[in-house]
Write a protein that binds this ligand. Structure first.
Ligand SMILES: [Zn+2]
Length: 206
């Protein structure tokens, strides 16, 4: 049977209703889920595939409106790839890893230097032994220096403080909070916190 060149599928604005935005990876437009950030293959750029992902992975959000998905798309904005494609994705994951480790260091109340003196050297050894040198080089890019860890912890703490102050400053001081847990494709449990409050005579939801 003769195979024809696969029809080039392009992103359509309406796909946001299935929870998908588009991402440019290696110059190819691919659908990316705004809920779990998973990037599907370019062949999945069609309503049936996108809907399937939404219904099977995130059934609890299947009935949400466009605004809901747009909001998630905006928060994804930072992580979205631009023309430079994979490079930025790599950079983003390297920075995210640095934040994640910094958070663990803070939670365990360990000195900031533990990142560069123990955690990173151990991670490099483990990754090199189990996954090889190419992976080791990737891990090498994760910055865990004393200064970086300190800065990341301060940033995260400032971010939380800012949010709390913003909510407390609301004239009524009234707010509603909703918590949920969802399990992503990587089988990682994620805590979802929604807070709705009055700010400058406007109801805000984050
Ligand atoms: Zn998803």
């Amino acid at each position: 049977m003769a195979t024809s060149v696969a029809k080039k599928r392009k992103y359509i604005d309406g796909y946001i209703n299935y929870g998908f935005t588009s991402i440019l990876a290696d110059g190819i437009e691919k659908p990316q889920c705004v809920l779990c950030f998973k990037v599907l293959g370019k062949d999945s750029m069609r309503p049936s595939k996108l809907k399937h992902h939404l219904m099977t992975i995130h059934p609890q959000y299947a009935e949400r409106d466009t605004c809901f998905f747009r909001r998630h798309e905006r928060s994804l904005g930072k992580q979205k790839l631009d023309e430079s494609g994979a490079f930025q994705q790599q950079t983003v994951s390297v920075v995210e890893a640095s934040y994640e480790v910094s958070l663990e260091i803070a939670k365990q109340k360990k000195p900031h230097t533990i990142g560069e003196t123990l955690i990173k050297p151990c991670a490099l050894k483990m990754v090199k032994r189990v996954l090889g040198e190419a992976s080791e080089r990737k891990i090498q890019q994760i910055s865990l220096s004393n200064d970086t860890v300190k800065r990341r912890i301060n940033e995260m703490s400032d971010g939380i403080k800012e949010k709390v102050i913003q909510i407390k400053l609301s004239p009524t001081g009234m707010f509603a909070i909703q918590l949920d847990e969802s399990t992503g494709v990587s089988s990682c449990a994620q805590l979802l916190v929604f807070v709705r409050y009055v700010f400058l005579c406007d109801i805000k939801e984050e």
